[in-house]
Ligand binder design. Sequence first.
Ligand code: SAH
Length: 563
Amino acid sequence: MTPDRTPLLIVGHGTRSAAGVAQFAALVDRIRRRGVVDDVEGGFIELSRPPLTDAVGALAGRGHRNLVALPLVLAAAGHGKGDIPAALARERRRHPGLRYAYGRPLGPHPLLHDILADRIDAVADGADRAGTWVALIGRGSTDPDANAEVAKVARLLWEGRGYAGVEPGFISLAEPSVPAVLERLRRLGARRIVVAPYFLFAGVLPDRIVAQTDAYAADHPKLDVRVADLIGDCDALADLVLQRHTEARRGDIRMNCDTCAYRVALPGFADKVGRPQTPHHHPDDPAGGPGHHHHHDQHHDPGLRPGQVAIVGGGPGPDDLITVRGKALLAAADVVVADRLAPTGLLAGLRPEVLVIDAAKVPRGPSMGQDTINDTLVAHARAGKRVVRLKGGDPYVFGRGHEEVQACAAAGIDTVLVPGVSSAVAAPALAGVPVTHRGVAHDVTVVSGHLPPEHPGSLVDWPALGRSRGTVVLLMAVDTIGRIAATLVAHGRAADTPVLVVQDAGHPTQRSLPTTLGEVGELAARQGIRPPAVFVLGPVVALAGPAARTGRTGQPARARATA
Ligand code: SAH
């Protein structure tokens, strides 16, 4: 058989245990001696020797430019999804032209389940499986998907093997703990329990499993509780590693994207979507702290990476009309540049170290000029921060969002755009007015009233708008509404066309005033309408709930509808 020419780089996360390091080295050696793959190296991303960079350096030094990099992890959690890809990305910068295919985690796999059953039976010492309960103990993760993998392995280990039962438990960061799962099995009637660590090699955490099991056993002398050996360096594990190498070389890399908390919003974990892994510490981890960053640049897009700017539409103002994606990126930000009309209530929930810049405030002038905002976004992105530009409504509806995208692009900064719920549609809706309605209006025109009709810079075809029959929504028109209404009437729109003014849509201070095109200018002035407000006009306005027509104020649309 010709050896496989694509070298194999085995990547471990490192351990404080000398025995664990020796087992890793023995496995690398065992795989090398098989002669199936031409060139094999192993290295650790932290704590242990040899470091990954030496292993990559050795392969690169022998002329290799295409590798299979295989994370030696049982389940995809932070190490496999974040730390190891990040370390490999650093190696690629160090060795221009280096490419690698990233292999999938080892488990779950029948070979691993067979090894586990061997270890369990060995420690059970000939006792029948039907009387043996198994506690399968995983590492535990803040990533529910990784914990679910352990539960899945527990089930697969039980299927068809005749154990009384197999229950999952965790030594760190997840429940049930070792004593909790042992107590559960005892209450189920277990007399003989084998604790099977779902761990490859020796380390601080497997030692802790033994200690906690011993403590529980000492408190329950009537129970027979034993701890099985670890998976360890063995032929079956070498077989599995080689199988994963072949898969990666063929581009067959399956990951559980559908149940990954970094990709989909799981109950209680919605804040993780698109976020880097939050630093946390297993006893085997180094001290960590700032700089111990976890990235998901392998497959978890759309996230927000250092040096990127996300232009996020925040919706019309309330904290909960932002999109799930917008909220996740906001939670990932190091720097937030917020508009006055953005959902500023969300800013209080940011981590204390996040720098919040109020774009509505000085320097120089009543509001920060667009150039200053653009420069601020670029400067923080260049400094390697994750920057969120939080805007009101939708960034691309009179939001200057695209100017910011263009400014970032000109500076070579990556941007992510997150659409938002625009006040052009939401403000009428929150006041009970649909901007279209079957048989009533088949078009809606969203217009900026920033420039009055007679202004030479106005790009709006006011006469055409006057002739139109559908819905018109005017934004930024508080100061110009009188002149706009007069212009529309002058070009043919009926003076009795119903109009609704909606101020502070979505806020507790929301108020809506019904009127007509002929009277709206005078009414807005008399009632002291202030921005932010939209004016919606056309036959759809007549469909609003009764309270809107009688001018009651401060009532959310839903309360009116049920009143
Ligand atoms: N990009 C924003 C619009 C920015 S222009 C969006 O898509 O909603 C600012 C104008 O939006 C304001 O003058 C006002 O007309 C409107 N607006 C924004 N928030 C509003 C709110 N909560 N209630 C009413 N109008 C609002």
